[in-house]
Design a protein around this ligand. Structure first.
Ligand SMILES: Cc1cc2nc3c(=O)[nH]c(=O)nc-3n(C[C@H](O)[C@H](O)[C@H](O)COP(=O)(O)OP(=O)(O)OC[C@H]3O[C@@H](n4cnc5c(N)ncnc54)[C@H](O)[C@@H]3O)c2cc1C
Length: 482
């Protein structure tokens, strides 16, 4: 067991990974008086936070109250539970849902982020409008704002170009069998091995979507899929946790994305188009799915079409509405979206059979008019499409994995016997999520809901353990609604 020297930098909390979960946990712990060392492997990014849509759920926020939207954590947990087909850890899901509104208020009131509610956005699986965002509705903006808040916090010390490589442990004198407890972390800093000491380490290094071995072991159906998340998702948390006997949960869960622009997948249309009225055809000009299913499960349907691609069709109204969102704007600016004057013109531009597409278009318009889709069972239609028509090729991709280290309701990592690995926490892609198994269990917003929720719980617990904040204060940690 490596020793920690006297000059070793130390803090109340070591956080590995300065993405969504890591920055949030650092801010929360520091807000409660704990000192934090925040280690980031690649400060230039990208992280999943940066490439994300930057939309995060809050159930019962003051923004919802102001918009007259009734919502609460139980309702959110019910939606996530239903979407995952019940394959969730109910206490952990309830704890995350309960933190969703406090997290939004914390970001606004403590971190100082400008927050808005997307009150008009209809999101598959959400029974209330609860997605919030910063003004540009983009992960890049959210990342930059969080990073600025971290930089302004004197209790957080960032260590950049620092890659977490090993957890440092000692025997826990209070445990019967002499189980290990955390005493720090070894990192490679600018290529040099360096030890950091702390009684608590939060693993926030992301998931394993860029690790071929773990994909082959747990998600063979997505092994060859285009991966649009950040390359840093190498499964480091899984290997570090496993070395200490950590249990894993929901490793077969993932978020797919069915609106990604081929071939390179650098841009995507976002999830809002079908709920607004868009429809999707394959290369033969035929519909193949109820387009208003969630964007995650849509991925597999698109990949099953000839060439693994499909054409998403919409109009100027939908274009204007989607243009508030960062990912859609990026796709438009990248030239992925083309405009046609009529169905025949669209078929010509995208080289799909004209007559078949015109017939499909006519049947879809009839389904919209009647509110009934006998072919595919679509539920939500939006207003009828009016030419000029907009079109873009889409494909299915793997966005991020949902399985990871199993945690309790304080984000503490668990062994398979249910005991806690003292001092070890996980959040975000590093931790088991709330999205069940496969791609269909992912409710939009689950990624940041879990990242921020577990980060809140970990940050508060670490501060309480360090004697910086009482458990009673913890319960009241969210600023009161204004
Ligand atoms: C295309 C896409 C769109 C998405 N859109 C949404 C959305 O709109 N809403 C939503 O809720 N979720 C969304 N998500 C999911 C969301 O981005 C993730 O759930 C969230 O970013 C996970 O946070 P994280 O902190 O675990 O990972 P990240 O945000 O990826 O941060 C991990 C950090 O750890 C660093 N790191 C990695 N390894 C190490 C190491 N060994 N040592 C030190 N540092 C390390 C990385 O460089 C990175 O900065 C989306 C994901 C993708 C891919």
């Amino acid at each position: 067991m490596p020793s920690v020297s006297i000059s070793t930098p130390h803090a109340d909390l070591l956080v590995a990974g300065a993405g969504a979960a890591g920055m949030m946990a650092a801010l929360v712990a520091a807000h409660h008086g704990a000192s934090v060392l925040l280690l980031e492997r690649d400060p230039g990014g990208p992280s999943n936070l940066m490439v994300s849509g930057g939309l995060f759920p809050g159930a019962g926020t003051r923004y919802q109250a102001q918009a007259g939207i009734a919502d609460d954590p139980d309702r959110f947990a019910g939606d996530a539970h239903a979407k995952a087909g019940g394959a969730v850890d109910p206490p952990v899901l309830a704890a995350i849902a309960a933190q969703s509104a406090p997290a939004v208020h914390f970001l606004a009131d403590v971190a100082g982020l400008p927050i808005k509610l997307l009150a008009g956005l209809s999101v598959p699986g959400h029974s209330a409008a609860r997605l919030h965002a910063t003004p540009a509705e983009s992960g890049r903006e959210l990342h930059a704002l969080l990073r600025a808040a971290v930089s302004a916090c004197t209790l957080i010390h960032r260590v950049d170009d620092a890659e977490a490589i090993e957890l440092l442990t000692e025997l826990d004198p209070s445990s019967a069998g002499g189980k290990p407890q955390i005493r720090g972390l070894r990192a490679s800093v600018h290529g040099q091995s360096r030890d950091f000491a702390a009684p608590a380490v939060l693993l926030a290094t992301g998931g394993f979507a860029a690790n071929p071995e773990l994909l082959a072991e747990y998600l063979p159906e997505m092994k060859g899929a285009l991966h649009i998340g950040a390359g840093a998702n190498d499964g480091r948390a899984v290997s570090l946790g496993r070395a200490l006997g950590a249990d894993l949960g929901f490793m077969q869960g993932y978020q797919g994305q069915g609106h990604v622009n081929p071939p390179e997948g650098r841009t995507r249309l976002g999830m809002s188009l079908p709920p607004l009225g868009a429809f999707i055809v394959n290369r033969e000009g035929r519909r193949f799915v109820a387009e208003d299913i969630g964007p995650s499960e849509l991925a597999a349907f698109v990949l099953a079409q000839p060439g693994g691609v499909a054409l998403e069709v919409f109009d100027a109204r939908i274009h204007a509405s989607a243009s508030t969102q960062g990912p859609y704007r990026e796709a438009f600016e990248a030239g992925k979206i083309h405009i046609a004057q009529s169905p025949a013109d669209l078929a010509h531009r995208f080289n799909i059979p004209r007559q078949t597409f015109e017939e499909t278009f006519a049947r879809f318009i009839a389904a919209v008019a009647s509110g009934h889709d006998p072919e595919w069972g679509r539920q939500r239609f939006g207003p009828t499409l009016v030419p000029p028509l907009y079109g873009a090729w889409v494909t299915g991709a793997l966005a991020h994995t949902q399985g990871g280290l199993r945690v309790d309701t304080d984000a503490r990592v668990l062994r398979s016997d249910g005991s806690v690995i003292k001092g070890l926490y996980a959040a975000g892609g590093a931790a088991a999520s709330i999205s069940g198994i496969g791609g269909a269990g992912y409710l939009p917003g689950n990624g940041l809901a879990q990242s921020f929720g577990l980060a809140m719980l970990a940050g508060q617990h670490v501060a309480a353990q360090a004697g910086k904040a009482s458990l009673r204060a913890r319960a009241q940690s969210a600023p009161p609604p204004r």
